[in-house]
Design a protein around this ligand. Structure first.
Ligand SMILES: [Zn+2]
Length: 190
């Protein structure tokens, strides 16, 4: 026999699940609501997997996405643009009284020369930044995460289910082994 296993401290699989999709003909019941689902969560290293509706992945009581660098970069550029937009809006507000106080002639003169006023420039820039921010926000909101971490309780449940399965397999193997139960006498039975 193999040497005794040391007490296992590390979990049988990490709390790091890849999102996989199967074809609709391969859909199976979601572990939460039992509706057929084509989304599979597969533990890193393939130690565990289960089917789940993609909607449950939005519930933090079930799982949270693990943010890849690409997503963190999106978030920081979204923040940058948000700050830039706020600053431009403030600058534009500051420019406004200037316009109203400007001598009409000066204003008209600038316009006729086709020169951009500071206000025009800021307004244009704000338009560009706003558009950029909208695009970034769209990318952030529509971001498809490929890795999830299960909520601690759900993860514990997965480990328990795994251990139960391992135990029942071991038990079934033991029962099949000769001598685990006294053998049934093959004679003297009524
Ligand atoms: Zn479901």
């Amino acid at each position: 026999m193999s040497k005794p296993q040391p007490q296992q401290q590390t979990p049988p699989f990490p709390n790091k699940y890849h999102v996989k999709l199967v074809s609709s003909s391969d859909s199976k019941a979601c572990i939460i609501c039992y509706k057929p689902s084509t989304t599979v969560l597969l533990a890193d290293g393939n130690g565990d997997f289960f089917y789940v509706c993609p909607g449950h992945l939005l519930d933090e009581q079930f799982a949270s996405p693990i943010h890849p660098q690409e997503y963190s970069d999106l978030i920081s550029s979204q923040k940058e643009l948000t700050d830039k937009k706020a600053k431009l809006e403030k600058d534009l507000e500051m420019e406004k009284p200037y316009i109203w106080n400007t001598v009409a002639g000066y204003w008209k003169d600038k316009k006729e020369k086709g020169e951009e006023t500071k206000y025009d420039k800021l307004k244009k820039e704000l338009g560009e930044v706003t558009k950029g921010l909208e695009d970034k926000t769209k990318s952030v909101n529509g971001y498809k995460f490929k890795l999830y971490k299960l909520h601690q309780d759900i993860y514990k449940g997965r480990i328990m289910a795994h251990q139960k399965k391992v135990y029942s397999v071991q038990r079934a193997t033991k029962i099949q082994q000769e001598g685990f139960f006294p053998s049934v006498p093959s004679h003297n039975l009524e």
